[in-house]
Write a protein that binds this ligand. Structure first.
Ligand code: DC
Length: 225
C-alpha cells in the first residue's frame, strides 16, 4: 500500500494526538507530536531562566537544544527527550502550557522545528499533529485533517486528563488557558492555525474515539486507493 503523510491540525486539546496515535498504530506509521517539540523548547527556556518574550535570547539558545523521540514500551507512546533527558512528563504541566504559545510565535523557533519535522517525514509513512503541519511543514501531505470540538468539551477532557494524572488544577484555569492558546495560535503572524480548503473537517464534540478513528480510516482508504 502507498505510504503517505497524514497531517492533523486543529485547536488545543481536541484529541489530535489520540487520533494520530491510533492511525499510526493501525497503519504501521511513525507518530510525531509536533506540539511536544514546542513544549520542550519552552521547558528549556523556563529551566534556564530565559524570558520567552525575549526573541533574540530565545533564538540564540536554539543551537544548544537537541530534541529526540523514543518509544516507551510501558505506555505504548513515544517520549520526548530534551538534551538527552526524558522530559515527557515535565512538558505537560500548566506552567509549560502557559508559555508555550508565546514561544511558538517566534519565527526562529518555528524555522528550527519545521526543518526538524520535515526531516522526520522524509520517508513518508508519518502521522504528524500540530497547528501548521498541512499548511507549512507538509503542504503537499496526501491527507490533511482539521480537528476541533467545542471549547467546553475540550476543557473538560483536558481537566479530567490532568486530574487523572495527579495534576491539581481547576476546570476554570484549564478553560482559560485553552481559550488563550487558541487565540494566540490562530492570530499569530507566522503560520497561524488556519483551515484551508484541502483539509477534511472532523468535529468530535459529540462522537466517540472509535467513530472518529473509523471516519479517518475511511479517508485514508480513499486517499491511498
Ligand atoms: O498540541 P499542543 O497543545 O501540545 O501544542 C502546544 C503549543 O505549541 C500550542 O499552543 C501551539 C504550538 N504549536 C504550534 O504552534 N505548531 C505546531 N505545529 C504544534 C504546536
Amino acid at each position: 500500500m502507498k505510504r503517505i503523510i497524514i497531517a492533523i491540525d486543529g485547536h488545543s486539546s481536541c484529541g489530535k494526538g489520540t487520533l494520530a496515535r491510533q492511525l499510526a498504530l493501525a497503519l504501521g506509521y511513525k507518530f510525531i507530536d509536533s506540539g511536544a517539540m514546542y513544549r520542550a523548547i519552552t521547558l528549556h527556556l523556563l529551566n534556564t531562566g530565559i524570558n520567552p518574550d525575549d526573541e533574540q535570547a530565545v533564538a540564540s539558545v536554539l543551537p544548544d537544544i537537541i530534541i529526540d523521540f523514543s518509544a516507551n514500551i510501558e505506555t505504548g507512546r513515544s517520549d520526548i527527550w530534551l538534551n538527552h533527558k526524558n522530559v515527557e512528563k515535565q512538558i505537560r504541566t500548566l506552567k509549560v502550557a502557559d508559555s508555550v504559545s508565546q514561544v511558538a510565535r517566534i519565527s526562529a523557533v518555528r524555522r528550527y522545528l519545521v526543518a526538524l519535522q520535515q526531516k522526520m517525514g522524509e520517508e513518508k509513512g508519518v502521522v504528524m499533529d500540530g497547528r501548521d503541519i498541512g499548511t507549512v511543514v507538509f503542504p503537499s501531505a496526501e491527507l490533511k485533517i482539521f480537528m476541533t470540538a467545542s471549547p467546553e468539551v475540550r476543557a473538560m477532557r483536558r481537566f479530567k486528563e490532568l486530574s487523572d494524572s495527579g495534576v491539581v488544577t481547576s476546570y476554570d484555569d484549564v478553560f482559560a488557558n485553552l481559550k488563550q492558546r487558541d487565540l494566540i495560535d490562530s492570530n499569530r503572524k507566522d503560520s497561524p492555525l488556519t483551515m484551508t480548503g484541502d483539509y477534511k473537517l472532523l468535529d468530535n464534540s459529540t462522537i466517540s474515539k472509535q467513530e472518529q478513528f473509523e471516519i479517518a480510516m475511511n479517508w485514508v482508504a480513499e486517499t491511498v486507493r
